[in-house]
Design a protein around this ligand. Structure first.
Ligand SMILES: [Zn+2]
Length: 218
């Protein structure tokens, strides 16, 4: 009996979070928030999706608030940029996303909402725990006409090219091909994911490694 219970694996929080978020990247972010590896999250949800997220937050005492605006967005991961066009509540459709801000600290949640409303990218980045070098890179280069700050990266932990396929570790644009601060964060995040769900982590790693390989052989 004892042997049997020792063999039993602990349930994966990621697997559970995926059944609520329907997104690998969003599930990972929630795990990292719960494990206190991230101070706060910013994610987009439709009104109907958020019903389940609200239950999760209430159960775990995660504080949240939402933007007053909605966005119609091409990038469904919606964690990377303000690519989408902001629209008013009256103009929203069923697929319009609202931005939500999550943290265990209610003050951070309110500050994030305010900072994003004012387009204070610098402050938003700080509140989300992004490295200062990458925040500086983002604020310098991001504009309406330049919303994708992605460039080829050969380190799998840092690559963000597969985010449209829902495989990505980071939630920000790294400032360089070998940004040390981003790499430290990504390794911490990956270790946390690995500790929760080995299969999930291995799939993530192989998808990212394959993406780099196929890119370098082009
Ligand atoms: Zn950086």
């Amino acid at each position: 009996m004892l042997f049997q219970s020792m063999q039993q694996k602990k349930p994966s929080q990621l697997t559970f979070l995926y059944t609520i978020t329907y997104s690998r990247m969003k599930a990972q972010e929630f795990l990292l928030l719960i494990m206190q590896k991230k101070p706060a999250l910013r994610q987009g949800f439709t009104d109907s999706e958020f019903v389940y997220i609200r239950e999760l937050c209430d159960a775990l005492a995660i504080k949240y608030t939402q933007s007053d605006f909605y966005v119609d967005i091409a990038d469904t991961s919606c964690t990377f940029s303000n690519k989408g066009l902001r629209i008013s509540q009256e103009k929203k459709t069923k697929t319009s996303l609202r931005m939500y801000y999550f943290s265990f600290d209610p003050q951070i949640v309110e500050l994030l909402k305010l900072a994003e409303e004012k387009n204070a990218h610098n402050f938003v980045g700080q509140l989300l725990g992004y490295p200062p070098c990458c925040i500086e890179y983002f604020t310098k280069h991001f504009s309406k006409d330049n919303t994708n700050l992605e460039f080829p990266i050969a380190i799998w932990e840092l690559t963000i090219t597969q985010r449209h396929r829902d495989y990505c570790i980071l939630s920000h644009f790294p400032c360089s091909k070998n940004c040390i601060s981003s790499l430290e964060l990504a390794r911490q995040y990956f270790d946390t994911i690995f500790a929760d769900n080995e299969l999930w982590a291995k799939e993530l790693r192989s998808e990212l490694q394959n993406a780099i390989l196929s890119n370098s052989s082009k």
